[in-house]
Design a protein around this ligand. Structure first.
Ligand code: 16G
Ligand code: ZN
Length: 533
């Protein structure tokens, strides 16, 4: 049975204040850090229960609020294969987090154990980590109380990135099996990435230095370790590494800043030389945006869509060169935010699927391809190789030296790319591999297709839950009549496209618009926002 006394004693130290409602959304629980203490404790218990339910497999818990402001924090659970928590359990998490009292929490837990037939005699194993936020240590202590209440075997992975935590979960759960994903340590991961990277760029001309904006977050720590592993294969110039400076995290820097403001972080203006490649990570290093300044000092952004186009075309070419293109199909997954220019470019070459926002949707859709490339425009994404594809790659007999080389490249790519979730640093190595193979600078990469001017606006509304969408969030079904008005408006703009969706992470509604020219995209976005408001 449940260790009720232990839970009660500790739960009383993490009471839930009245009048707050928590919700496990797209990014787990996310709000102001100081509000999360009771949530952390309960998430600790839930993680232990999920592990027991899955026969003692290790569950991951990541404490981060990613690209959000420094005072925010959050927590999300990672399933045994390194993936996002199964959707059905999101509701259980929300339910536990909102139990008003210790007694109500016990009742909710007992119901959960019964309904899900959780065998409490099974072991509970968890691995957890946090980003660099100042609220992190206290929240971790609360989480640990949750583990303690359940007697879980808990491994502290310390301060690391979200993708490293996902990697650890998969590595721990596959340890000693034929599917072993690698050594279950941060070092093991960096070793895996850098070894594969070095093989992929061997024999290519020297790679020019790359500037990395680490968003003053945990990515700085990992990037520095990665740089040691890479040696002189690629010189990394780390910027915005002030992880101990209060208020610096994601402040006027980082992937989200660059993507939303479509600007160079001011801190890089004296560092970046014309033509030089740079990239920004976000606060937990799972998003990546590239950019460069042209000879006239003009800023050019290479976002998640541009990364998808670069990478997908490269992988398709490799499958052809390997003689595997009739056996391995490459496909793309995007969201409604994908720039119309990218969707046109990609769909002329590959199958493209559009899904609702959120990594879990993209990831699951990508699993349906032999090789599934998914990237959100915001820079989160990865490439998934199906188990069949991995098997094919390992048993295929190439018939020419050229085929053999291409095959080896494909195999090395499976190791440079994180198969559990998008990782800014792994994606960065992937991009660098393709640029090196293609002899591209940012300019050639950028010219694969032309981005349509676009604008994103947030609108604060009385109740965002009134906004319901269909067709992968591209159309509104509620409030009634609004979509018809939107269609009418969009028709008046050349190359116009717009959609409205409720945010899954903030209490706002988001409006996205694009059009053939800048001023029209801006105008369309603000007029649609006017309809919503
Ligand atoms: C979260 C999602 C990201 C999505 C964003 C949308 C994960 C790990 N992250 O950051 O994929 O693009 O939310 O936020 O799922 P929104 O619903 O507020 O627009
Ligand atoms: Zn992130």
């Amino acid at each position: 049975s449940l260790p009720v006394d232990a839970i009660k004693a500790l739960a009383d130290q993490h009471p839930k204040p009245p009048n707050v409602v928590f919700q496990y959304g797209t990014a787990g629980f996310r709000t102001l850090g100081h509000a999360l203490d009771p949530v952390m404790f309960r998430v600790g218990i839930l993680a232990a229960l999920r592990s027991k339910r899955l026969d003692g497999k290790t569950i991951g818990v990541m404490v981060t609020a990613s690209h959000n402001p420094e005072p925010d924090n959050g927590v999300k659970l990672v399933d045994p294969r390194g993936e996002m928590l199964e959707a059905a359990w999101e509701a259980h998490a929300t339910n536990l987090a909102n139990a008003p009292t210790t007694d109500a929490l016990i009742v909710a837990l007992e119901a959960l154990v019964q309904n899900l037939r959780i065998d409490l005699s099974k072991p509970a194993r968890v691995v957890y980590a946090r980003d660099t936020r100042p609220s992190g240590p206290a929240l971790i202590a609360s989480l640990e109380d949750g583990f303690k209440a359940m007697g879980a075997e808990a491994r502290n992975a310390g301060v690391t990135t979200t993708p490293v935590l996902h990697y650890l979960v998969k590595a721990i759960n596959t340890k000693g099996t034929k599917d072993s994903y690698g050594d279950d340590s941060e070092e093991g991961y960096l070793q895996k990435l850098s070894t594969a990277f070095k093989k992929l760029v061997a024999g290519k001309p020297a790679i020019p230095p790359l500037v990395i904006d680490c968003a003053n977050g945990v990515g700085a720590i990992l990037a520095e370790k990665l740089a040691k592993h890479l040696g002189d294969t690629i010189p990394l110039i780390l910027q915005n590494t002030a992880i101990d400076t209060l208020g610096a995290l994601n402040n006027a820097c980082g992937a989200d800043y660059v993507k939303t403001s479509q600007k160079l972080p001011p801190s890089l203006s004296s560092v970046l030389k014309p033509g030089q490649r740079a990239c920004s990570l976000d606060g937990d290093a799972d998003r990546l945006i590239y950019y460069y300044l042209d000879d006239r000092g003009q800023f050019h952004m290479l976002d998640g869509d541009k990364i998808a186009a670069l990478v997908a075309a490269f992988i398709v070419d490799l499958t052809k060169s390997a003689g595997l293109d009739d056996q391995i199909q490459v496909g793309i997954v995007q969201t409604a935010y994908a720039n119309g220019g990218s969707t046109k470019y990609l769909s002329e070459r590959l199958p493209v699927k559009c899904v609702p926002t959120g990594v879990k949707h993209l990831h699951h859709a990508a699993e349906h391809y032999d090789i599934g490339v998914y990237f959100e425009a915001n820079g989160h994404g990865t490439v998934l190789f199906s188990p069949d594809t991995l098997e094919k790659l390992s048993t295929y007999q190439p018939s020419t030296p050229a085929q053999s080389t291409a095959l080896n490249h494909l195999i090395n790519l499976t190791n440079v790319i994180n198969q559990t979730v998008g990782d800014a640093l792994s994606d960065m190595l992937l991009v660098e591999v393709v640029l090196a193979h293609r002899s591209y600078t940012g300019v050639e990469w950028d010219s694969l297709y032309v981005d349509l001017p676009n604008r994103l606006v947030k609108v604060v509304v009385a109740d965002r839950n009134l906004f319901k969408t269909e067709d992968a969030e591209r159309r509104l079904v509620s409030p009634p009549g609004l979509q018809a008005k939107l269609d009418e408006l969009v028709r008046r703009y050349e190359g116009g496209r717009a959609f409205v969706r409720p945010s899954g992470t903030e209490d706002v509604v988001r409006v996205y618009a694009e059009a053939a020219v800048r001023a029209q995209a801006d105008e369309l976005a603000f007029r649609v926002a006017g309809l919503v408001y």
